[in-house]
Write a protein that binds this ligand. Structure first.
Ligand SMILES: Cc1ncc(COP(=O)(O)O)c(C=O)c1O
Length: 484
C-alpha cells in the first residue's frame, strides 16, 4: 500500500494545533503545579486523612470508563491525585518506592516534553553526558577504581538481568573458560532474593535447576558456610556456576547479606559477583551505615535503584561495573542504521550498553538533585530512614503483643500481632485480616509477606517525616481492627 494514493491534504488540523498549543500548555502546567504543590502541602505533613482510597479493580475500572466519557476535563488532574496512593504521606509504609523530590517532578516534565531518545549521543547530548557524570560519581561513592563505568536503565529488574548477561558473556569468553555447554550454567543466590533474579535466569534461557538457591539463617541472611556445598552440588548436576548474587538487602526482610564473605568466595572461585543493591545501595552515602555494603567495592557489578532510596521518580536505575569494559562487551551487535562499529569504547552511545534503545532522560533527575542539594542529601535520607526503622523496632519490642521477624538492618521491618487471646483464629489469619482492614481503611499503607510459613505485616519506612507517633498510632489501629 502506498500512502500517496490515500492521503487527504489537510494541514490545518485544529485538533493538532490545539493539542500542541503553547498557550494551553502554559495554563495547564501552571494549574498542575499548583495542584501538586497543594498535594505536597497536605500530604507531607500528614494532614490529609487517607494514604490510599482502596477500591476493587472492577469499581475503579467502571469509574475511569465513566470519566472518559462523562467526566469534566477540568477535574482530570485533581481526580487522578484523589484516586492514587500517596507515597509522600508519613503514614505510607508500604512498598519500596521513594517519595520523589519535588524537583524531579520538574525534570520528569522536561524529560517527557523534550523527549530526547538517548539511544545515541546525538539523540540526547546533554542527558548522555549527565548520565556519565552521575554514574561516575556513584562509582566513586562505591569505592570502585577509575576503570569503573556505569549506565542508567529502566529498573532494578532490568539492571540485574543486564548484569547477569554481562557475567555470562564474561564467563563464555574468558581465557580460562572450561568451554562448558552454555545451556548448563547457573547462578547462586540466597533463598530471600528478589524474584527478578530467578526471572532473569529464566529469560536467559535456563531452567529452575540453574537457580542455585542458597539457604538463609534464622535472620534471613545467606549462609555463607553453605556456599561451597551448593556449588559442588550444582557441579554434580552438571551445572557450572557463572555468577553469585548478593542481596543488599533482600526485599522481604531488608537483611543485607555478608557481601565481604561473598566476594571472597566468588574471587577464590573466579565467579562473577553481582550485588543486587536495588533497595539499599544508597547506603554508600551514609557515613553511619555504609559498612553494610562492605565488600561491594570488589563486586563485578552493582545495581542501585534511584527510585527506591534516592528520592528519584520511577524508574531510574544505575548499573555499575567495576571494570567498565564489561558493559561495552555485553551487547556487541551491529545495527547499521543506528550503531556504527567502533574500536574505542564510545561511552556516549548508550544503546550499545543497555537493553533499551529509546529511554527517558533519567539522568536529568539525578544530575539536578546532585547540583541542587549535593550528595549529602542522600546521606540524610537513607540514614534517617534506617534510624526510623530502628526506632520502630524499639517501640515494637516494648510491646508484648507484637513480634518482629528479625532485627532490622535497613528500613524494612516485618512484624506480627500476636495477642495472648487470639482465640480460634490462627495468627496467620489474624494478621492477614489486619492488613486487609488497614488497606480498606486507608489511613495507613502497609503490606504483607509470608516468611517460612508465618504471616507478617511488612513495613518499609520510606518517608523521612514519619515519626514515633505515627508508629504508635499504627499499633493502636492494629489492636483496634484485630478485635472488630
Ligand atoms: C532487592 C530488589 N531487587 C530488584 C528489585 C526490582 O527492582 P525494580 O522494581 O526497579 O525493577 C526490587 C524491587 O523491589 C528489589 O527489592
Amino acid at each position: 500500500m502506498h500512502l500517496r494514493r490515500f492521503y487527504i491534504y489537510n494541514m490545518n488540523s485544529d485538533i493538532l494545533k490545539d493539542a500542541y498549543s503553547p498557550k494551553s500548555f502554559r495554563k495547564q502546567a501552571h494549574e498542575l503545579v499548583d495542584i501538586l504543590a497543594d498535594y505536597l502541602d497536605t500530604t507531607l505533613t500528614g494532614d490529609s486523612d487517607k494514604v490510599i482510597r482502596w477500591q476493587k479493580p472492577e469499581d475503579e475500572l467502571r469509574y475511569w470508563n465513566d470519566f472518559l466519557v462523562n467526566g469534566d476535563q477540568k477535574l482530570l488532574f485533581q481526580n487522578i491525585i484523589e484516586r492514587i496512593i500517596h507515597i509522600h504521606h508519613p503514614r505510607y509504609m508500604g512498598h519500596q518506592i521513594s517519595p520523589s523530590l519535588p524537583v524531579t517532578g520538574l525534570t520528569g516534565m522536561m524529560s517527557a516534553l523534550l523527549n530526547n531518545g538517548m539511544g545515541i549521543y546525538e539523540m540526547g547530548a546533554a542527558p548522555t553526558v549527565m548520565e556519565r557524570i552521575v554514574t561516575d560519581s556513584l562509582c566513586v561513592a562505591v569505592g570502585y577504581p577509575e576503570s569503573a563505568r556505569g549506565l542508567l536503565t529502566s529498573g532494578g529488574s532490568l539492571a540485574n538481568l543486564t548484569a547477569l548477561v554481562s557475567a555470562r558473556q564474561h564467563y563464555l569468553t574468558k581465557e580460562n573458560s572450561t568451554g562448558s555447554d552454555p545451556r548448563r550454567l547457573g547462578v547462586m543466590v540466597s533463598d530471600q532474593a528478589h524474584y527478578c533474579i530467578q526471572r532473569a535466569v529464566k529469560i536467559m534461557g535456563y531452567g529452575e535447576e540453574s537457580i542455585i538457591s542458597v539457604p538463609t539463617d534464622e535472620n534471613y541472611q545467606i549462609r555463607t558456610g553453605l556456599l561451597e556445598e551448593c556449588l559442588l552440588d550444582a557441579r554434580k548436576k552438571g551445572i557450572e556456576v557463572f555468577a553469585l548474587v548478593g542481596c543488599a538487602p533482600s526485599t522481604a526482610t531488608g537483611i543485607y547479606d555478608d557481601l565481604d564473605s561473598l566476594r571472597k568466595f566468588a574471587k577464590a572461585r573466579n565467579i562473577w559477583f553481582h550485588v543486587d543493591a536495588a533497595h539499599g545501595g544508597a547506603v554508600i552515602y551514609s557515613s553511619k551505615y555504609k559498612q553494610l555494603m562492605k565488600g561491594s567495592s570488589f563486586a563485578d557489578s552493582i545495581t542501585i535503584d534511584g527510585h527506591k532510596m534516592m528520592m528519584m521518580p520511577g524508574i531510574t536505575t544505575a548499573l555499575l561495573y567495576r571494570d567498565g569494559q564489561h558493559s561495552h562487551n555485553t551487547f556487541k551487535q551491529k545495527a547499521n542504521y543506528l550503531l556504527e562499529d567502533s574500536k574505542e569504547e564510545d561511552w556516549y552511545n548508550l544503546a550499545k550498553r543497555t537493553f533499551e534503545c529509546t529511554k527517558h532522560m533519567m539522568s536529568l533527575h539525578w544530575f539536578a538533585v546532585l547540583k541542587l542539594y549535593g550528595p549529602s542529601v542522600f546521606d540524610e535520607f537513607v540514614t534517617r530512614l534506617y534510624d526510623l526503622a530502628a526506632l520502630f523496632a524499639d517501640i515494637l519490642s516494648e510491646e508484648t503483643d507484637f513480634e518482629m521477624a528479625s532485627e532490622p538492618m535497613s528500613n524494612i521491618l516485618c512484624f506480627r500481632f500476636c495477642p495472648n487471646n487470639s482465640g480460634e483464629v490462627s495468627l496467620n489469619d489474624l494478621n492477614k485480616k489486619i492488613r486487609q482492614a488497614i488497606l480498606d481503611d486507608g489511613s495507613f499503607y502497609v503490606v504483607q509477606t509470608k516468611l517460612r510459613g508465618v504471616q507478617y505485616i511488612r513495613t518499609t519506612i520510606m518517608n523521612p517525616f514519619t515519626t514515633s507517633s505515627h508508629f504508635r498510632a499504627l499499633l493502636t489501629m492494629i489492636r483496634d481492627v484485630a478485635v472488630v
